[in-house]
Design a protein around this ligand. Structure first.
Ligand SMILES: Cc1cc2nc3c(=O)[nH]c(=O)nc-3n(C[C@H](O)[C@H](O)[C@H](O)COP(=O)(O)OP(=O)(O)OC[C@H]3O[C@@H](n4cnc5c(N)ncnc54)[C@H](O)[C@@H]3O)c2cc1C
Length: 451
């Protein structure tokens, strides 16, 4: 058995009623990062994870350049590089008409091993959680797995479901109520004035803050995406451990896309995603759409002719996008208050064009930890978060909306496949935020696209 396929030893369960400097709910990338950074600053942390390792996580499995500085800072990069992974050197996009363009990732990033990887999340998350566990235990904290956070308790003695919902600000978090060992298991209450909500798109801490405390909307179907993935072997044209990942705008899937992300050892993550509000209108089922593309689409049926799907790998999940909401005063929605800071999917921060969420989970994991240590206000957290991530999330939302038009994709990809200047611009836009600003300049865009 390989190390990431085995259990993780997390030590003794803390006593009922124990107190901590901070509690982190959820041990995915966002929670592992928050707990790891807090522990590195000497905080006594309790990290609580519902699953029990080894565990799977539905994802496209691409870990982009943005993630890697945090993976390195937490001490996980050498371990990751010692395990099998696919090194991404470029992204191939194809249009509904079948034109395609390859956008190389910046060469210097690829050479410095900073461009991006693809590897199964079961493996990536295991490495992250294991490292975070070491850091937390070394700093005198505790880690529990198989532990389901059922309620968030506030100073008024209530759970999240406060009769005065909507009034909000007066309450302060004081504890979480956790069930260990499944439905018949025991309930523990652990205390802290600082709680990080990192439990993904259905995070109970997010629900307690956003819906129950402030009476605001948590799930907006026009900003949530449904995703579906399968693992396949022997897909033709996918490199074994280095090469391109592929994003295809296929006619039958628009508005949405089909991806092929090799994850090493001859395995390819094959998936499909679509905004839920748009899917509702079309009455499409992702699994059936994917099966149809694989079996019948002229670009793919030959590539899958000798391929086999790995049994048990077909799974769906949701992606809470970070696209700006029209009616929210805090973008993309409230992410802090009452001693709570939300990170990653719990704060709805997935890139609305690429579907990447691991990077923003790590970025906000570090940010939440720093804000707790420095005693900054919830408002300061939300402001820094949107100042840092807002411009690119807003840009990606614009691109997502443009990509709903098949004719525009045909035109753009057709043009890009013939124009090296456009390919270079796309490479730069993947690499740098400043280059993304060019998207807003009509003059720059007109010149690059038309001449
Ligand atoms: C189909 C699909 C494809 C995707 N592709 C990509 C991609 O290629 N690249 C990319 O960067 N992102 C991708 N994403 C997005 C990415 O998966 C998420 O953004 C990322 O996992 C967010 O990390 P997180 O730590 O915030 O949440 P999660 O990874 O969801 O982790 C949350 C953790 O909290 C735990 N938890 C849940 N409830 C409780 C509870 N009550 N008590 C305690 N613990 C709890 C869960 O078990 C889990 O371990 C994809 C998502 C989907 C669905």
């Amino acid at each position: 058995m390989r190390s990431w396929e085995g259990p993780i030893e997390t030590g003794p369960v803390p006593e009922d009623g124990a107190d901590f400097d901070a509690i982190v709910v959820g041990g995915g990338p966002g929670g592992s990062a928050a707990a790891g950074y807090l522990a590195m600053k000497g905080q006594r942390v309790l990290l609580i994870e519902k699953g029990v390792w080894p565990r799977d996580k539905v994802c496209g499995d691409a870990v982009g350049g943005k993630s890697l500085s945090h993976v390195a800072a937490l001490g996980v990069k050498p371990r990751l590089e010692a395990t099998p992974h696919f090194r991404v050197t470029g992204i191939v996009f194809s249009s509904p008409k079948g034109n395609s363009v390859r956008v190389p990732l910046p060469e210097e990033d690829v050479e410095r091993l900073e461009a991006g990887y693809a590897l199964p999340r079961a493996q990536f998350d295991h490495l992250m959680f294991e490292r975070s566990t070491e850091l937390v235990l070394e700093a005198g904290g505790a880690v529990v797995q198989g532990a389901d956070v059922r309620a968030v308790l506030f100073d008024d003695g209530q759970g999240g479901e406060d009769p005065g919902a909507g009034s909000g600000e007066a309450r302060t978090v004081r504890a979480v109520e956790v069930r260990l060992g499944g439905r018949q298991g025991e309930t523990y209450t652990w205390h802290s004035r600082e709680v990080v909500g990192a439990a993904g798109y259905r995070c109970p801490v997010a629900t307690a803050l956003v819906e129950e405390t402030h009476g605001e909307v948590m799930v907006d179907r026009m900003h949530y995406c449904a995703g579906y993935r399968e693992y396949w072997q022997n897909v033709e044209g996918c490199g074994p451990d280095v090469g391109d990942i592929e994003i295809h705008f296929v006619d039958s899937i628009i508005p949405g896309y089909f991806w092929l992300f090799p994850v090493s050892e001859g395995v390819v993550n094959v998936g499909i995603g679509m905004v839920i509000g748009l899917m509702d209108k079309q009455k499409k089922k992702l699994k059936a759409m994917q099966a149809d593309v694989i079996a019948n689409h002229p670009l793919f049926k030959e590539r899958f002719a000798n391929a086999t799907m790995i049994e048990g790998s077909a799974k769906g999940w949701q992606l809470p996008f970070g696209s700006p909401r029209k009616k929210e005063s805090r973008q993309p929605r409230r992410a802090a208050g009452s001693g709570i800071r939300l990170v990653g999917d719990a704060a709805s921060l997935v890139d609305p064009f690429s579907g990447e969420g691991v990077g923003n989970a790590l970025v906000t994991g570090e940010m939440a930890a720093r804000h707790i240590v420095e005693g900054l206000t919830p408002e300061a957290y939300m402001e820094e978060m949107w100042a840092m991530l807002g411009p690119e999330l807003t840009n990606s939302y614009r691109m997502q909306k443009l990509s709903r038009r098949a004719w525009l994709l045909n035109w753009f990809v057709g043009k890009a496949s013939r124009k090296p200047a456009l390919q270079e611009m796309m490479t730069e836009m993947i690499a740098s935020k400043e280059a993304q600003e060019n998207l807003h300049s009509p003059l720059f865009m007109a010149r690059t696209l038309l001449f």
